[in-house]
Design a protein around this ligand. Sequence first.
Ligand code: WTA
Length: 653
Amino acid sequence: MKKKLNGLYYPTKDFQKQANLNNKKIYKEAQKDPVVFWNELAKKEIFWQEPFTETFSVTSPSTSSGPEIKWFSGGKLNLCENVLDKNVEKNPNKIALIWEPENPDEQTKKYTYEELLSEVNKFANALKNLGVKKGDTVGIYLPIIPEIVIAMLACTRIGAVHLVVFSAFSPEALKIRLQTIKTKYLITADGYFRRGKIINLKQNADLGIEGTDVEKVIVVKRAGNDILWNNTRDFWFNELTNNESNICAPEKMNSEDLLFVLPESGTTGQFLPIMHTTAGYTLQAKITGKWVFDYKDSDVFWSTADPGWITGHTYSIYSPLLNGITTVLFEGAPDYPTPDRWAKIIEKNKITILYTAPTAIRMFKQYGAESFKNCDISSLRILGSVGEIIDEPTWLWYHKEIGKNKLPIVDTYWQTETGAIIITSLPGIGPNKPASAGLALPGVNMEIFDDNGRPCKNGVEGNLVMLSPYCPAIVRGIFACPPNERDAQEKYKNVYWNLYGKDIYVTSDRAIKDKHNIIKITGRADDVIKIAGRRITTSELESAVNNHLQISESAVIGVPDEIKGFIPLVFATYRGTKNKDEIIKEIELEIRKSMGPIATPKKIYLVNELPKTRSGKIMRTLLKKLYFNEKDLGDTSTLSNPETIEAIKKILE
Ligand code: WTA
């Protein structure tokens, strides 16, 4: 990209010439009538078993529920057929998937589109034989191995709804997810490697399924570690698929049939099992890849996200594979065994597009450009960022050191709820601005509203919202099994469709637009903190802390961290006599147990009392100000216990 005097970056002539989208007219065309715009794309991009009859509709079933959004009603399609069969027809020998194991001495695995189809069909047949039917839910608790791709695609092929649980999640986190979908089936592995150590995943799975409806557990052999085995319940993945036929007809799915559920954290620690449906997700996953990453047949795309998260679902798997290009999965940690591991993977596989999170970029920035210097990374042609705000120094480092001052950077903004990217300036059009996500994609109408629901003037911060017709992959609801559906519908309405009325989708992010319509995300409007790109609410952390029997109350705040973006800081009330260091260790353990190691706090402070208003609300902003030693503590007159200020100051010293 070239920098212009106004501080904006534009594509080079050569890049622009070859780009899939290189004319800004597309924005105007889309704006004329976004529904017509998406209609035409859907006809062109998706293989329909039966054509759709209505492009978009939105209705309001009752006052206590959110809107019911439908895209491409009447149509029938299968996502897996669009991913595999259609690309096998074009080029069966094209590499679909490259898998890099954590241990660099272990062999890389590659699957052509034809091989992947064959593996998916075998496993789809195996699932059917175990009793999985269209509409059933299936839990997937797998590390980053090819079988996670095979399992997800096999589910979509037979119309089963997958719920992927991040493999580093604790048994408790697994249990809640399995209970939510009341599934009878879980796919897991014996173990996996993390920094050379074996993690016994099966043991976590065994604990996690206690008290759930799971009756059948399919186990992939990965690490070869010893595991406990239940003969009536457990099945080896290989033994199930060995003798299966590699032919399995893709199920005919309605456009609005549930495709997958993926739980996320929302305001005040709400657990939000987000629902995505078939056609809208398929279209947006496919087209955003073509637009934002400028996919070409020869591209080798690497999204470093774990398939357990939405970025992994959409951009490690579905988007590149829908577009018939090669996707790379890497099992291990970015800097293991050495900080040049990523560079080596790029060099070895001639990766052309790298899509990662600011946390990883900041880590490499700290290692220094040397970790990339000894490898040839000249195959790269586009860089992407996702999941958190990328600060300007990190953006500039990424541009200079990895992008050699010429590669476009797409800073992509989206959410689990939007299923795919909704904001980023396109690499063949621009303009791109460091630390700003950019323009809303064609056909997506984003606005920034003030508290009264009026559009903010340029340069004024407000709430980021999406206006009708939203985007095809927008969240369709919060999943719940009977008898909890009504609660879920109310939650759906309250979290996303309440602030400005039922036709305005609220992102819960704060943002600013400049005079070029470039959107800069400034932070969350709720209590979500993004720790290394993961969504965790302070209230979830607080309840984990409060699990400790001797802790009655706690307050968590997010403070900036050089690598992780944000990191939690815990204040907990403790008046007991036990050794404080021990209590702190136990609290840390509680947090790691319920939220995973990612949520480990920077520090845990034990206090006598937390600052509270007269109405009993904990003043978290005051804690933040005290931590940063700010002179102006704001209005403290509403405090019911002003003496806490001095006490906490002392502890922080
Ligand atoms: C944040 C991840 C700034 C934002 C795809 C959003 C970002 C939340 C960006 C969703 C970005 C995502 N710049 N902030 N480019 N992308 N976010 O559901 O707060 O894990 O609401 O989806 O991440 O996180 P989620």
